[in-house]
Design a protein around this ligand. Structure first.
Ligand SMILES: [Zn+2]
Length: 409
């Protein structure tokens, strides 16, 4: 893959067989005019070319151009666990225990090197925006030296409470990255601390991110105050005797703590009932689905179609290499298309681009429109026959392809 970091003096007309603007229909024999690091026009090549002077023409011939992808949820610091856990028939608790055990065995050098490798692969795979969650800040300075945009969430795990939410210090500041605290899950962070993290983020206009409703064990813990998660907390010296089981679902619990609103990002959201869905419709948090991770651990399927029908913003993450063999957003899209055939390829591509960028507050990214940043991929698709827009969108998700070129600012 070749790449160009755009400069303000670059003035290009970029032509390709297909332009995928994301928020409108694919354009056959299309072009994009770029000037001053922004897209100024998108349309049919003939029209763009006729009206433009002084721009340099780059013709990418039989290729497809689309915005760079968004991986809205991963844990780069777990990258060294790739292939060290097998897709589990033993379920969520056994997976969690294995991750805790194997993580302790990793050296700092291993964590850093595998995270760097994972970042290289994400870039080659066409990702431009990342949501990374870390318990340490080991990956943060790596991220800040890259051309990625995104969020780094310093994750808090403490059910006994007693965590000092001091102002986060950034070692290598980068204007491309937003940095804040996130909460691990409703069963691993005390209610008081959950509220404190939400309030920290509210004050700083940041996104509050939390894994939620991922497993039946999480539901059991909150609804009945018992089960293997209670045992795990006791084992790890994290159980708090003062905790009173809320006797409700994870969504109702978070709602009772006033944690759900448009600036909350819920990861997974699998085990929900009709009442939970109604709460989501009213409070409108963002949702990130990580389908391949869910399949790997065997926790179930999120109601993606219902979320989209309710008008909720749904983006795509890979989760970490402890529950996925690849951090590939392409693979996630293909898996969603396989398991949810009634979600259109265009909708899936929007989740992986525009919606992800919107969730993280990168308003002028994730689509190819005038005024947007031309962070985009030039993709060659092997063997597609028809010239219908729906075929090209389906081929982008399903067919064999190669990223030939990328532009970024
Ligand atoms: Zn995760």
């Amino acid at each position: 893959m070749q790449e160009i970091q755009l400069q303000s003096y670059h003035h290009y007309i970029i032509r390709a067989k297909w332009i995928i603007p994301i928020l409108s229909q694919p354009i056959l024999d299309g072009a994009i005019e770029i000037k001053n690091k922004k897209i100024i026009r998108v349309g049919k090549f003939k029209e763009i070319f006729k009206e433009s002077t002084f721009a340099k023409l780059i013709d990418f011939e039989e290729t497809v151009i689309l915005p760079a992808l968004v991986n809205a949820h991963t844990h780069l610091e777990l990258s060294a666990l790739r292939f060290r856990l097998s897709p589990s028939s033993e379920g969520f608790i056994s997976w969690v225990k294995n991750v805790i055990k194997l993580k302790q065995e990793l050296s700092l050098v291993e964590i850093r090197e595998f995270a760097r490798l994972a970042l290289d692969n994400l870039w080659r795979d066409g990702v431009g925006i990342i949501g990374d969650v870390g318990n340490t800040a080991i990956t943060l300075d790596l991220l800040c030296k890259t051309p990625f945009y995104g969020y780094f969430f310093q994750e808090v795990l403490s059910f006994r409470g007693g965590y000092n939410l001091k102002e986060l210090q950034i070692k290598a500041p980068s204007s491309n990255f937003k940095i804040t605290y996130s909460a691990h899950a409703p069963y691993s962070v005390s209610p008081l601390l959950l509220q404190a993290i939400k309030s920290y983020n509210k004050k700083r206009k940041k996104l509050f991110c939390i894994h939620c409703a991922e497993s039946t064990e999480e539901v059991e813990f909150l609804k009945k105050g018992e089960g293997p998660l209670l045992e795990l907390l006791k084992e790890r010296g994290q159980w708090n005797e003062d905790f009173v089981s809320p006797k409700v679902s994870p969504i109702k619990y978070l709602n009772s703590l006033n944690l759900l609103d448009e600036n909350t990002l819920l990861i997974h959201v699998i085990h929900i009932d009709e009442e939970d869905l109604e709460i989501l419709k009213k409070t409108r948090p963002k949702i990130c689905v990580c389908l391949k991770s869910n399949l790997f651990i065997g926790v179930g399927f999120p109601k993606i179609k219902e979320f989209i029908s309710a008008g909720l913003d749904v983006c795509i993450g890979t989760d970490s290499l402890a529950s996925n063999d690849y951090l590939s957003v392409w693979e996630e899209m293909k898996t969603i298309y396989t398991y949810y055939p009634d979600i259109s390829p265009g909708e899936i591509l929007k989740m992986a681009t525009f919606t992800g960028a919107k969730v993280f507050g990168f308003e002028k990214m994730g689509a190819l429109l005038p005024g947007y940043y031309p962070n985009m991929l030039v993709v060659e698709i092997k063997d597609y026959l028809n010239e219908k827009p729906e075929d090209i969108l389906r081929s982008l998700i399903n067919a064999e392809k190669e990223i030939r070129f990328r532009f970024y600012v």
